[in-house]
Design a protein. Structure first.
Length: 636
């Protein structure tokens, strides 16, 4: 209730609020509004134009006993306020939702005088005066005419209201939801060191919902940029091209965890469902399955037998320390730097030590070793990284062969190191069947299609990955590279420019744009872009090699040779980055040296995808290059 110095009555529009009496009136007619919605309205009116956060509402109006019902309760209470005021969430005149923060009263508020004699009605004033007048004796023709007119108008209005209600009841309640984004769950612990836990809960919910084939679920790379971003949900939905969003919170305290989630239809910012789940950390996966199952029921998607079994598999218990280490491993894996990948290995191994039967930890370890040994990161030599990655993926599948991520990890190893494309194809297909919403599976499968020389299929698959993860820089950059490999040079240029618009400091996008310029024999612009790429990547060997190639093709041979020498000095005994050196020799016209270094790369078990690069086009008619392609297994 307001302090003694606060105004007792406030007016806005045709409404008046008596804060001390706890009454809301419209045109002097008292409207029934329950205690909790009225208290929220009072808080908003005390600070017009300012955001009243959900935390403030919770601390003032929800007791510890009812804390579990807070999210559902506040949504319901605000809806009651809007019903009483005839307001709309999409086009608010009074109460505006501030996305993921709280609410704001946006109308002008003035101090009001007491309204004499008010009547009480249920939200919408009823024509009580008409009924009272009809019960009194008639006082002549004018009186009868007045009563008949008022009665007729009332009946007409009632007829219209009933007709509208019937049409709404018969009409579909909302557009079918076929795509959604799980926004980063908010960490309510107040401890920044617990961010990994909230991010991990977000990842797991995305992964679980991503297994529903009838639903397009945006990947974590594309939703994480919205963490702590105060933007209308409708705008986020438009940017991600989804029908609905899920937002919520995670509160972890000791061994207990609380997950609160709500489903919001993006078109009209309408709350469809909200719920809170409490349990122990060891039951976290169970709680997430319950959330996912509830969401699936709300949006009424068709589930196949496997999906139904997955979502109903609620008794998932994991050692809390193993699960915590796993979440930290995924947290660092998602950062995608050499240093963070090494930290991820450490945490996944901790999870395995704690629970040797925890399959996802092996799957995470496989993913990490696969990236550590890939040419793009080059932290470990392929011979050191990929056997470990493959062993971890196989172990994960021995423990749980329904893990789509583990099938994908194994397929990547079979492609990149074993050069067993047939087995890789089987694993990729199984992984995508089990988890169709896993963008990484479509991303890596696109490169598999490229190895089979199925460029159209490769591009289509990469676009599927892009659809699931539209803000992923690496997926957008790789799409540009596949377009270039397929000789769609103009499209590749447009795609690289779009990627640069997303993140101007992403070196690989400048690298891909430069390679397309080289195909157009535009060496000057290519050199400019590659100089940016080298600077932004702190001297990446791939970007440096392409800059040397651009120098060679533009006639700046001395500069190309100087960079070539730098690349050789940076080679190690275990891994020489031979393809990068070979591409420079090819540009210099020294085919013999190019083939010598490619053979060295073959001995080191390079990723065969490097042979698809346009930089090796001058060698494709050479029999030695053709023999190398055959030994690797590339399709023709």
């Amino acid at each position: 209730m307001p302090e003694a110095s606060s105004p007792a009555r406030l007016r806005f529009g045709v409404f008046e609020v008596d804060l001390r009496a706890g009454e809301l009136r419209k045109h002097g007619v008292r409207l029934r509004l329950q205690e909790q919605p009225f208290q929220i309205l009072a808080m908003l009116l005390e600070r017009p134009g300012e955001t009243v956060t959900r935390e403030e509402l919770r601390n003032r109006l929800w007791t510890a006993e009812t804390f579990v019902d807070f999210d559902h309760g506040v949504n319901k209470a605000v809806n009651r306020i809007r019903e009483a005021l005839g307001d709309s969430a999409t086009s608010p005149r009074f109460v505006e939702t501030v996305a993921r923060r709280g609410y704001r009263f946006i109308a002008d508020v003035a101090v009001g005088e007491r309204t004499p004699e008010a009547r009480t009605v249920d939200l919408v004033p009823l024509p009580e005066d008409v009924a009272a007048a009809a019960a009194q004796p008639s006082s002549g023709p004018v009186r009868r005419w007045y009563l008949w007119t008022i009665t007729g108008v009332t009946l007409a209005l009632a007829s219209i209201i009933v007709g509208v209600w019937l049409r709404q009841a018969r009409a579909p309640q909302s557009t079918p939801i076929r795509s959604l984004a799980v926004l980063p769950l908010e960490n309510l612990s107040g401890d920044d060191s617990q961010e990994y836990f909230a991010d991990g809960m977000t990842d797991e919910l995305i992964a679980t919902l991503g297994q529903i084939s009838a639903l397009r679920v945006i990947s974590r790379t594309s939703v994480m940029p919205y963490k702590r971003v105060r933007k209308p949900l409708s705008a986020i939905a438009r940017e991600l091209n989804v029908d609905a969003v899920i937002e919520g919170t995670v509160l972890r305290s000791g061994g207990q965890v609380r997950i609160t989630a709500q489903l919001i239809e993006a078109r009209d910012d309408r709350h469809l469902w909200s719920e809170t789940y409490d349990g122990e950390v060891r039951d976290a996966l169970t709680l997430q399955n319950k959330v996912a199952q509830a969401i699936a029921e709300q949006i009424r998607v068709n589930l196949n037998a496997h999906e139904q079994a997955t979502l109903k598999h609620a008794n998932v218990v994991v050692d809390p320390q193993a699960y915590e280490a796993y979440l930290k491993g995924r947290y660092f894996w998602n950062k995608r730097t050499g240093e963070d990948l090494e930290k991820a290995v450490e945490y996944f191994n901790r999870a395995i030590e704690r629970d040797p039967n925890y399959a996802p930890a092996y799957s995470g370890l496989a993913d990490t070793y696969a990236l550590l040994g890939d040419w793009e990161y080059g932290v470990l030599a392929p011979r050191d990284a990929f056997p470990r990655a493959k062993a971890a993926a196989v172990k994960a599948l021995q423990l749980d062969n329904t893990l789509g991520e583990a099938h994908t990890s194994l397929a990547f190893c079979l492609d990149a190191f074993d050069w067993d494309f047939k087995s890789a194809d089987t694993e990729f297909r199984r992984g995508i069947e089990l988890n169709p919403g896993y963008a990484t599976a479509h991303h890596w499968y696109a490169w598999h299609m490229a190895l089979l020389r199925k460029n159209d299929d490769a591009i289509a698959e990469m676009k599927r990955a892009q659809d699931l993860d539209p803000l992923s820089l690496i997926i957008n950059a790789d799409l540009a590279e596949l377009l270039l490999i397929a000789h769609f040079t103009d499209e590749s240029i447009r795609q690289s420019r779009k990627t640069i618009e997303m993140e101007v400091n992403f070196p690989l996008a400048h690298n891909q744009l430069a390679l397309a310029y080289l195909q157009r024999q535009n060496q000057a612009d290519a050199i400019s872009e590659l100089q940016k790429a080298v600077q932004l990547s702190a001297g990446s060997q791939t970007c440096t090699a392409n800059l040397a190639r651009a120098y060679a093709l533009s006639g700046r041979r001395n500069e190309a040779v100087q960079l070539l020498g730098d690349l050789k000095q940076r080679s190690s005994a275990s891994y020489s980055n031979a393809p990068e050196i070979a591409v420079v020799y090819a540009a210099l016209g020294d085919t013999d040296q190019a083939m010598t270094w490619l053979e060295k790369g073959y001995d080191e078990r390079f990723n065969p995808g490097v042979l698809l690069r346009p930089g090796f086009d001058p060698l494709r008619t050479d029999r030695r290059f053709q023999s190398l392609e055959h030994r690797v297994g590339l399709g023709r």
